[in-house]
Design a protein around this ligand. Sequence first.
Ligand code: URA
Length: 241
Amino acid sequence: MAMMRLDKLLSDMGIASRSELRQIIKSGRVTVDGLAVNAPEKRIDSGKARITLDGQLLEYRKFRYFMMDKPSGVLSATEDSRQETLLDLLPPELKRLELFPVGRLDKDTSGLILLTNDGEFAHRVISPKSGIWKLYRARVDGRLDGEDVEAFEKGLVLGDGTACLPAKLELLPDGDCLVKVTEGKYHQVKRMLASRGAPVLMLRRLAIGGLQLDEKLGPGGFRELESRELELLFGQDALEK
Ligand code: URA
């Protein structure tokens, strides 16, 4: 049983700030187990209480999971004194959830990034041991061919001796390529393509496991993941086959 103040619980849920919530609760818009509660300090059982706001049932979830279409030019960090970070793109009520990015994309890389407050989940997604593919679309300066596809398949060794796990390279008719990797070494995709004489001009992550970027979000757009989507992340299609 986790007893906590009603205003703290609603604030942890990202509903509004503590001071806004005090007003909301005092004005009688919140019910707990069917009864209006207008005392923000009222202690309730976060695991059991049925809470409504303006008649809508609220669900307490300790861990939250979001996808964002990271724009190029924004840092994959929680804070930075000079540069804009992903967390700066969130509204104040979500900033309170203490979300952090799952892994990193380079500043100039765009596309799918996950934000969560669940450290164990983040570790599972990132760890090469989980075997979850990350899919990128790249535009390169140079020509790639079947030999490059084979070299990716075998596992590249980069200029500094770094050995990469086998990866997939697919050449697209418009000249771009798709790269699928299960690990996330520093500048991995850029270094892999550069090692084949094709430096990257543009890089965008399209999918993590079976979870695809929702292209409707647009740069900087985000939304909470549905539980079905969390399953896709770790499902059979997400794994190296
Ligand atoms: N590989 C890279 O080189 N950069 C990224 O941002 C992600 C993967």
